[in-house]
Design a protein around this ligand. Structure first.
Ligand SMILES: Nc1ncnc2c1ncn2[C@@H]1O[C@H](COP(=O)(O)OP(=O)(O)OP(=O)(O)O)[C@@H](O)[C@H]1O
Ligand SMILES: [Mg+2]
Length: 542
C-alpha cells in the first residue's frame, strides 16, 4: 500500500495510508527513509522516522511494508558494527559516504557469503521447531542453525558442507524450508523454554564489582553516575575483560569519538580469557549523539535481539548500554511529539514499564533446543545533575539486581572506578558466594566481611578524626584508618590505563588478603605493646 505525507514535524510524519498496523515499518518520502507507525487514528497515522527528515516535503509517497521493524539473524553478525536499525556501518559508508541518508535496504548480513555447514541431523529424520539441524563455525563458536517456527516433519534434503545463506539449508518433506537466516521483530523477545535464577558470578575483572558487588551471569546491573564519573570507561573495561562469550555493546547517544576509539582498541586487543581479538566476540550497535535521535529508541531493541540470538546458541552474552538515559530521552521526545500526557519530568507514564520490560529480557534460560544460555545486562544511567531520585534511575532500580552508584566526589578525588561502597548493592551475593568458594578460595567470604567491617568503621572514625585529628585517635583506630586507606587506594582503585585494569579473581583475592594479613599482624603487634609508628615504618622499609 502507498499513500502520501500530509504533515511533517521534525521526525514525526503524518500519512493518509489506510490499513496500517501499530509498529509497522514504513518507507517515507522519495528518499525512502525508514519509519515506524506509532499512532493510528481514523483517517491518518503518525509515523516516527528514524532518519534525518530534512528536505522531506508534503505529498511525497509513503509505502507500507506490512512488517514490523525487524533484525536479521544469522551467521556473520559477530564483529559487526551496526547502526540503530542494524545497517552495517562500514557498507553504509561505502554506499552513501560519511553522511548517511535514506538507504532503503541494506542487509545486516552478507547473505551471498559462503559457510561450511556441519549437519547434525540426517535426511529422513523427524525435526520440529527450535531443534538444531547443524552448525557453521563462526570464529571460535559453533553457530547453530535450527528449525524455524511452524516448520516440523521429516527432512527431505539437508545441505552438506558449503552453504549460501540466500539458499535454504534444509527442505522438509512437505516442501517447507529451513533458511540460513531469518528476520525477527525487535520488540518481541526471542522465545525460550524456561528461565532459571542466576547462580554463577560474572567475573568483570573490576575488583570493586567482583569482590563487593558481584554481578550474576544472566543478571542485571545499573551504573548511574553524574557527568564524568567514569561510566564509559567502566563500561568499556567490562566489555574488554569480562569472562563472557559474547559482548553486545550499545553506544546509545554518547560521543562518536569514544565509539571510534573503542572500535580501534577492540580490533587490536586480545580477550584475556581466550587470547583472540576482542572484536571477534563483539557486536557494536551504535547510535551516537551525532546520529538521528529517533533511531535511538529502537537501537537498544535491535542490539538486545542480536544478544538473545547468540544466547540461544547456549552462550553467555553480555549486553552493555551507554547510556540508557539517552534512550529514555528519545522516548520522551517521541512521546511529547505525539502529545501524550506527560508523567514525571516529562517522561511518558509508561517509562517504568518499558524499562522493566527491557530488563526482563536478561536471564539464564533453557533455550528451545535444550541448551542453557545467559544474557546479562549492565546499563549505565546519566542522571541529570547527578540526582539519583530522577525517574530513569528509579525505574531501573526496581528491576535491576545490582546497583553500582558512581560517586561524583570519588571521581573528583580521582578514585576510579568511582563506585560508592556504601550506597551500592548487589542482590546476587549469597548464592553466588557459594560458587566463589568452590571455584576460587574459601577465604573469599571471610575477606569480604572483614573488608566491609573495616570500611564501615573507617566512616565512623572519620567523623571523630575530623574533630580531634588523626593524631588524637588511639593507635588501634589509627591502624584501622590506615588499613582502610590501603583498601581504598590499592584494592578498590583500579586505573583503566595500566596493566592493573584487569584483575582476575585470584589476583583480587591475593591483594585483599595481603592487606588484611598486614592488618591482623599489626593489630597483634599493637596488643603486644609495639608502637604503631614503628609498625608502619617497618612496613615502609620492606
Ligand atoms: N578506571 C579509570 N582509571 C583511570 N581514569 C579513569 C577511570 N575511569 C574514569 N577515568 C577518568 O575519568 C574521565 C571521565 O570518564 P568517562 O568518560 O568514562 O565518564 P562518563 O561518566 O562516561 O562521563 P559522561 O557523563 O561525560 O559520559 C576519563 O577521561 C578518565 O580520565
Ligand atoms: Mg560517558
Amino acid at each position: 500500500m502507498t499513500g502520501k505525507i500530509t504533515g511533517i514535524s521534525g521526525p514525526t510524519v503524518i500519512t493518509d495510508i489506510k490499513g496500517l498496523k501499530l509498529y509497522e515499518r514504513v518507507f517515507v518520502g522519495n528518499a525512502m527513509l525508514t519509519g515506524e507507525v506509532v499512532r493510528i487514528e481514523k483517517d491518518r497515522s503518525v509515523v516516527q522516522v528514524y532518519e534525518d527528515t530534512q528536505g522531506l516535503a508534503i505529498d511525497e509517497p509513503v509505502q507500507s511494508t506490512g512488517m514490523p521493524l525487524t533484525v536479521r539473524l544469522g551467521p556473520g553478525l559477530l564483529s559487526g558494527i551496526f547502526d540503530g536499525l542494524q545497517r552495517p556501518l562500514q557498507r553504509l559508508k561505502e554506499e552513501s559516504g560519511p553522511f548517511i541518508r535514506g538507504v532503503k535496504e541494506l542487509s545486516a548480513l552478507d547473505i551471498s557469503g559462503k559457510w561450511i555447514f556441519h549437519a547434525v541431523r540426517k535426511k529422513g529424520e523427524q525435526v520440529s521447531t527450535g531443534e538444531i539441524i547443524g552448525y557453521v563455525k563462526e570464529g571460535p563458536f559453533e553457530h547453530y542453525i535450527s528449525c524455524p517456527a511452524d516448520v516440523k516433519g521429516k527432512i527431505a534434503w539437508i545441505a552438506e558442507s558449503e552453504i549460501h545463506l540466500d539458499r535454504p539449508i534444509g527442505v522438509m518433506e512437505d516442501g517447507s524450508e529451513i533458511p540460513g537466516f531469518y528476520d525477527w521483530p525487535v520488540r518481541v523477545p526471542l522465545p525460550y523454554k524456561r528461565k532459571y535464577s542466576p547462580t554463577e558470578p560474572l567475573v568483570t575483572g573490576q575488583r570493586s564489582i567482583d569482590f563487593l558487588f558481584t554481578i550474576a551471569k544472566g543478571g542485571t546491573a545499573i551504573m548511574p553516575g553524574g557527568f564524568g564519573t567514569g561510566k564509559t570507561i567502566l563500561d568499556q573495561s567490562i566489555a574488554k575483560f569480562a569472562d563472557i562469550d559474547i559482548v553486545v555493546y550499545a553506544g546509545c547517544g554518547e560521543r562518536g569519538n569514544e565509539m571510534a576509539e573503542l572500535i580501534e582498541e577492540f580490533e587490536m586487543l586480545a580477550d584475556p580469557w581466550t587470547k583472540r581479538t576482542l572484536m571477534e566476540r563483539t557486536i557494536l550497535c551504535v547510535n551516537t549523539s551525532n546520529m538521528p535521535v529517533a533511531a535511538r529508541e529502537a537501537s537498544i531493541y535491535t542490539a538486545v535481539t542480536m544478544a538473545e540470538y547468540y544466547r540461544d546458541m547456549g552462550l553467555h552474552v553480555l549486553f552493555l548500554a551507554d547510556s540508557i538515559s539517552r534512550w529514555a530521552e528519545a522516548l520522551r521526545e517521541i512521546s511529547s511529539s505525539l502529545e501524550e500526557l506527560p508523567g514525571e519530568e516529562g517522561y511518558p507514564t509508561y517509562l517504568a514499564s518499558r524499562l522493566s520490560g527491557f530488563l526482563e529480557r536478561a536471564g539464564v534460560v533453557e533455550t528451545n533446543s535444550g541448551k542453557t544460555g545467559s544474557l546479562s545486562m549492565i546499563l549505565s544511567v546519566s542522571p541529570p545533575g547527578g540526582d539519583f531520585t530522577e525517574p530513569v534511575t528509579q525505574s531501573c532500580l526496581r528491576t535491576s539486581g545490582a546497583f553500582l552508584m558512581l560517586d561524583t566526589s570519588l571521581a573528583h578525588r580521582r578514585h576510579f572506578p568511582a563506585i560508592n561502597w556504601f550506597q551500592s548493592y548487589s542482590l546476587y551475593g549469597a548464592e553466588l558466594l557459594e560458587h566463589h568458594a568452590e571455584k576460587f578460595m574459601p577465604e573469599w567470604e571471610h575477606a569480604l566481611s572483614t573488608c566491609k567491617e573495616i570500611l564501615q568503621k573507617e566512616e565512623e572514625l572519620r567523623e571523630v578524626a575530623e574533630i580531634v585529628g588523626v593524631e588524637g585517635l588511639q593507635d588501634a583506630d589509627r591502624l584501622l584508618m590506615h588499613t582502610a586507606e590501603m583498601i581504598r587506594m590499592k584494592f578498590l582503585c583500579q586505573n583503566a590505563y595500566t596493566d592493573d585494569a584487569f584483575s582476575p579473581p585470584a589476583r583480587t583475592l591475593s591483594i585483599i588478603k595481603e592487606i588484611l594479613d598486614f592488618y591482623k599482624t599489626a593489630d597483634e603487634k599493637l596488643k603486644q605493646g609495639v608502637q604503631l609508628d614503628e609498625i608502619l615504618n617497618e612496613k615502609k622499609n620492606k
